[in-house]
Design a protein around this ligand. Sequence first.
Ligand code: B12
Length: 253
Amino acid sequence: MSGAQGPVVRPYGDTTGDGMVQVSFTLPVPHDKRAEGAAIQLANRMGMDPALLVHAKQMGDGFTFFVVYGRVNHLVDLSAVQVVERDFPLLSAKEVNAVVKRRLRRKLSVVGACIGTDAHTVGIDAILNVKGIAGEKGLEYYRELSVTNLGAQVSVPELVEAARAARADAVLVSQVVTQRDAHLHNTREMSAAFREAMPAGRRPLLIVGGPRFDESQAAELGVDRIFGRGTTPGEVASFLVHALVTGRKVGAA
Ligand code: B12
């Protein structure tokens, strides 16, 4: 975690520092004048004043979607912003292969899955499958990585067994559905199961990813690293090398 240095800023709409923002939300009411008034009331209570309704559309029976544009008086102190910065060098596929071959002298084994009821495999496939994402090939393309992709809706016991069978150096779990905090519960269950099944020094590196994770929650969830939206395979491969080969194994005990 690191805090960026910088000034205090306000949102920008028409003129610098005018504080204008746009928000969207749905209320469980049919679309009529009262619903529009309710949207403005909510925006006012959220600190938007004045608040201008720019879009309202009924979404099925009894729900209306709104877009509201308005001014807030809140300030953003850039020096107080906390983010997880990349703290490892970004390597090319060639460099990753060379380091693993030279230093590990065997293939680095990676097991990936979507756990729980989650069937959103596009994210983990983007990281693991050869086709990759954003012009980068996935981890299967790396000669010195051995990849087992278990796919969707894998149970935690199945994952632990597969990791054991593949002698996994790292386990990569994707969680996209966040309804009722399923991603947090599933991640905690997964990390607890690995801790119970394997002694500290033999536990694989635990990595989770998905668009709605807070990257700063790794220790709290018992994993070694969290990757959020827009992650590329190269970042993950570079982290694996840093955590397992060139640097010390990082993260929660
Ligand atoms: C495609 C899709 C589906 C497909 C999934 C097909 C498949 N094989 O994956 C289908 C149609 C099956 C589906 C079903 C459902 N879906 Co859906 N789906 C989507 C959609 C449109 C796109 C997701 C996606 O593919 N993104 C592209 C990938 C590349 O991005 P990504 O997942 O973020 O992955 C990147 C990073 O997050 C990261 N990453 C992700 N995982 C990992 C793992 C590791 C280890 C690492 C390092 C990095 C990493 O790297 C990736 C590359 O950059 C989203 C809406 C949206 N626009 O995002 C909804 C969405 C995710 N779905 C949603 C819902 C609700 C559902 C259903 C429950 C709907 C229903 N009522 O049936 C079901 C659930 C099915 C299930 N059991 O899981 C909601 C989730 C809401 C929430 N709060 O949880 C969303 C957000 C739509 C919405 N706005 O309501 N869905």
